[in-house]
Design a protein around this ligand. Structure first.
Ligand SMILES: *[C@@H]1O[C@H](CO)[C@@H](O)[C@H](O)[C@H]1NC(C)=O
Ligand SMILES: *[C@@H]1O[C@H](CO)[C@@H](O)[C@H](O)[C@H]1NC(C)=O
Ligand SMILES: *[C@@H]1O[C@H](CO)[C@@H](O)[C@H](O)[C@H]1NC(C)=O
Ligand SMILES: *[C@@H]1O[C@H](CO)[C@@H](O)[C@H](O)[C@H]1NC(C)=O
Ligand SMILES: *[C@@H]1O[C@H](CO)[C@@H](O)[C@H](O)[C@H]1NC(C)=O
Ligand SMILES: *[C@@H]1O[C@H](CO)[C@@H](O)[C@H](O)[C@H]1NC(C)=O
Ligand SMILES: *[C@@H]1O[C@H](CO)[C@@H](O)[C@H](O)[C@H]1NC(C)=O
Ligand SMILES: *[C@@H]1O[C@H](CO)[C@@H](O)[C@H](O)[C@H]1NC(C)=O
Ligand SMILES: *[C@@H]1O[C@H](CO)[C@@H](O)[C@H](O)[C@H]1NC(C)=O
Ligand SMILES: *[C@@H]1O[C@H](CO)[C@@H](O)[C@H](O)[C@H]1NC(C)=O
Ligand SMILES: *[C@@H]1O[C@H](CO)[C@@H](O)[C@H](O)[C@H]1NC(C)=O
Ligand SMILES: *[C@@H]1O[C@H](CO)[C@@H](O)[C@H](O)[C@H]1NC(C)=O
Length: 760
């Protein structure tokens, strides 16, 4: 469950054959100059049919091209969010009859069906309407777009069958993926579309089988994954000898897939079979698999024995065997495959050590979540990313990890390494050594060209101080040394790091003040600060929380835009912060953190004085824990402005006075604990507050009202208020669902989705 994920992306030359390049010259200079005035007028008219507030008109005209003899618009390329609303049946778009290329993908043409007006544009050769939210069936009139060569309707909500595409006989590329199409693939599809080279039907509800003509086909890229095929689909596919790329992940056939069926596919380079059961016999036999495979994905195929046929794949570069149940040693021959480069063995039961790894050509390797023991194998010279977390490796972290020039991400967390922290900390971008047995101090060797972004040394036996050379790590975003034996003052000097987002020093022996002599704390990007369980003393200045820009601006992205903190995603890997979160009174170990999460934990120190009024500036703060300190004075009224707050723990302090009634208005506040203070008066009547357990308020001699038994003598609750509260209760439950749902997604389910979305 490493938060560092390896992508086994598709080969670029395979995936990008159809990438659009029709706007090759600058249309502002050449294209529009060729346009007839009446044609140009149609453009703002079309744009005005939509709400397009955020649209940049100059971008809009970027995608227009006209024929240099007739002056008619021939190419219109308006993807990426300019158009919101529905396309009208009589849209001016359908009068641009000379259009040959039209790309309206990634707009927001939600809840509308596809207008049949598109069929007027019967000179279209390229039509992309992907990622728009179109619903309903494809109108039958689309079948007279007979000049189409590229047709992309992917990522919409289209239903029904797609028999009509059979009349689009010039198609070379057809992408209907990720819709709700059902039924069977038209039986003569490949016969009537002889030029078809790229067919993507992934993510629909297709059943049945596929029929393959006896005449030769040109199909090179076939994507059928995530459907419900129940017929014999593999035999027909085995006749498509021109295939280079075949994606059959999660096709949910009821019988095991026999790989030997694909032996006729001599040109096959990329094969994805993840999420299917493979026949045991085919995994053992050697010579009958496509010999030229470059990339092979067999994630979650219930494989329990190492597939011996891999030995024959001398061209194999990318291999995913994660989420299987393979036991025993990794065969030595694997590491001698001459081109092997990116390998994931994550989440199996491999054991033993992997000595011969050293001589392989591997650049990215994921051995996490296995049963490896002994010392860490020496990685090959070519290694760039090495993940071996959650095994039982022991001994020192080998010096060889320091001498690998390209190694920039190393995750050895959750093992039993002992010895000291390696000296070469500066060379990594990401270094995760959490939950081991490392001793000694952190080497003071960070150089000024350090690229370090993430350093997690939490849960070890590290002693000493934070090394002053950390100021050289100007890219540092995440620093965790929690649960060690460090003894130092608060590192005010780290505020020079412009990107530091997460600082966790919890459960050490840090001491002294955490408030600078004057002014705010002033870490510009900080969103998570955990100083809990140390020996910090002193009070917080009133302006302590001024200038925490990030925690005071909410950038919630819900739904598909789910983002995690630390999201350094590139083509090859992604990294997400994993933190132990204290949240709503629960401890959640090593979870991924949503990008809008913002938390401060100063609990279990010796802090005193008043809670700074400037807390009200942290409007995006989600969790605040100041418990087990000696804070005095009132609970600041400004909490009313911390509107995203979901978890508030002020228990075990010396707070006095009344609880500000404004707290009752915090609608997301699902957990509150203010027990064991000296508070008095009426507990605010908020929807969230009355739902809390009594224990959240106990130990305050003078409090009354729900949820406590003590009623407040002078504020009797009238029946209408009761009714009101019941209504509110429903709201509370609804929020409860929302709150229960999101963290579930953030912290649990999403983990399975981290492998690149391109697979399957
Ligand atoms: C349409 O535009 C999108 C976004 O620029 C691009 O990714 C896609 O390849 C284009 N489609 C076609 C068929 O050109
Ligand atoms: C619109 O886009 C152009 C080019 O992409 C850019 O130069 C210009 O500043 C943008 N205008 C606005 C208002 O964003
Ligand atoms: C029109 O465009 C074509 C190709 O785009 C070019 O070959 C031709 O010279 C152009 N004609 C004029 C008059 O610009
Ligand atoms: C899409 O349109 C809907 C309704 O018009 C709007 O609520 C939503 O914010 C839009 N989404 C984007 C990404 O523009
Ligand atoms: C397109 O198809 C519709 C209905 O299928 C038909 O009425 C119309 O005449 C056709 N248009 C052209 C230009 O072929
Ligand atoms: C396809 O074309 C044939 C004749 O070319 C016609 O008879 C048939 O109705 C068309 N199919 C569809 C779905 O439009
Ligand atoms: C897979 O197929 C079985 C029947 O063979 C069906 O019961 C099950 O729902 C399918 N699973 C999915 C995820 O579609
Ligand atoms: C490990 O793989 C099994 C299937 O073999 C799967 O059920 C489980 O969820 C995986 N665990 C993780 C942490 O991915
Ligand atoms: C590795 O696992 C296999 C099968 O589970 C077992 O027989 C063997 O003893 C294990 N070897 C080591 C070194 O743990
Ligand atoms: C690596 O290869 C070299 C020479 O090819 C050989 O001498 C050495 O024993 C190999 N090391 C391992 C661990 O296999
Ligand atoms: C880790 O190693 C230490 C010795 O270094 C040993 O005492 C301890 O039992 C090991 N822990 C585990 C979980 O293997
Ligand atoms: C909350 O914020 C508003 C606007 O920034 C400010 O006017 C108000 O005084 C704040 N309320 C409290 C109680 O701090």
């Amino acid at each position: 469950m490493s938060a560092l994920r390896l992508h086994l992306l598709s080969v670029h030359f395979l995936c990008c054959v159809f990438a659009s390049s029709f706007i090759t010259r600058n249309p502002l200079v050449f294209g529009l100059a060729d346009c007839r005035p009446d044609q140009i007028q149609a453009l703002p008219q079309f744009k005005n049919e939509f709400e397009s507030g955020g649209c940049n008109l100059s971008d809009y005209f970027h995608g227009v091209m006209c024929d240099n003899t007739t002056g008619a618009i021939t190419k219109l390329h308006l993807p990426n969010g300019c158009l919101t609303g529905t396309i009208k049946a009589n849209s001016v778009l359908f009068e641009l009859r000379h259009l040959s290329h039209l790309n309206l993908s990634h707009n927001n043409l939600t809840s509308s069906s596809l207008p049949s007006g598109f069929s007027n544009l019967n000179r279209l050769e390229v039509l992309s309407l992907s990622s728009n939210g179109f619903q309903g069936q494809v109108p039958s009139s689309f079948s007279n777009l007979t000049k189409l060569t590229q047709f992309d309707l992917s990522h919409n909500e289209l239903t029904g069958d797609f028999q009509l595409v059979q009349n689009l006989t010039k198609l070379s590329m057809l992408d209907l993926s990720y819709n709700h199409f059902s039924g069977t693939i038209p039986s003569s599809l490949l016969l009537t579309l002889p030029l078809l080279s790229h067919l993507d039907l992934r993510g629909n509800y297709l059943t049945g089988s596929i029929q393959v003509p006896s005449s030769s086909s040109r199909l090179e890229h076939l994507f059928l994954g995530h459907n419900h095929f129940d017929g014999r689909i593999l035999e027909p596919i085995s006749k498509l000898t021109t295939l280079k790329e075949l994606v059959l992940s999660f096709i949910n056939v009821s019988y095991p897939i026999d790989l030997r069926l694909f032996s006729s596919l001599k040109s096959l380079l990329n094969l994805e079979l993840s999420g299917n059961i493979l026949s045991a016999a085919s995994l053992i036999s050697g010579s009958d698999v496509p010999p030229n495979l470059y990339r092979l994905m067999m994630k979650g195929c219930s494989i329990n024995e190492f597939p011996k046929f891999l030995k024959t794949l001398q061209k194999l570069e990318r291999l995913d065997l994660s989420d299987n149940q393979i036991k025993g040693k990794v065969p030595e021959w694997l590491w001698s495959l001459p081109r092997l480069s990116i390998v994931s063995l994550n989440n199996n039961s491999f054991n033993g050590s992997a000595e011969t790894l050293h001589n392989s050509s591997v650049t990215m390797l994921d051995l996490s979540l296995n049963a490896f023991t002994g010392s860490l194998p020496s990685p090959p010279l070519s290694i760039r990313l090495f993940l071996a977390s959650r095994n039982s490796f022991t001994g020192d972290i080998p010096l060889s990890t320091c001498s690998r020039s390209y190694l920039d991400a190393l995750d050895l967390s959750y093992n039993n390494f002992s010895g000291s922290v390696p000296q070469c900390l500066s060379k990594f971008k990401i270094l995760n050594l959490r939950k081991n047995n490392l001793h000694g101090s952190i080497p003071n060797t960070f150089s000024s060209n350090s690229l370090l972004q993430t350093l997690d040394l939490g849960y070890n036996q590290i002693s000493g101080q934070l090394p002053s050379s950390l100021v050289n790590c100007s890219s540092l975003r995440f620093l965790s040394v929690e649960h060690n034996n460090m003894k130092d003052l608060f590192p005010f000097w780290l505020k020079v790091l412009p990107d530091l987002q997460v600082l966790t020093l919890g459960s050490n022996t840090f001491y002294g003040p955490i408030s600078p002599p004057q002014g705010p704390l002033g870490f510009p990007e900080l969103r998570i600060l955990d100083l809990s369980d140390n020996k910090f003393t002193g009070s917080l200045s009133p302006d302590y929380f001024v200038n925490w820009s990030t925690a005071s601006s909410s950038n919630k992205i819900y739904g598909d835009g789910q983002m995690y903190m630390g999201d350094y995603t590139n083509d090859l890997y992604s990294y997400f912060y994993a933190l132990d979160l204290q949240y709503k009174g629960l401890n959640m170990a090593n979870e991924m953190v949503n990008s809008f999460y913002s938390a401060i934990d100063l609990s279990a120190n010796n802090l005193g004085g008043q809670i700074p009024e400037s807390i009200g500036l942290l409007t995006a703060l989600i969790a605040l824990n100041l418990s087990n300190n000696s804070f005095t004075g009132h609970i600041p009224m400004s909490f009313a402005n911390v509107t995203e707050l979901e978890s508030l723990d002020l228990s075990q302090n010396k707070l006095s006075g009344e609880i500000p009634q404004e707290l009752g208005a915090l609608s997301f506040l699902a957990y509150i604990n203010i027990s064991h203070n000296q508070l008095k008066g009426v507990i605010p009547k908020g929807t969230q507050i009355s739902g809390q357990p009594e224990s959240s308020f106990e130990g305050n001699a003078g409090l009354c009202g729900l949820p406590l038994q003590e009623s407040c003598s002078d504020t009797s609750v009238s029946p209408t208020q009761w009714e009101k509260q019941e209504e509110d209760e429903e709201v509370l439950n609804w929020r409860g669902v929302a709150i229960g749902y999101w963290p579930g997604l953030l912290f649990g389910l999403a983990i399975g989705l981290l492998y690149t979305s391109r697979s399957g």
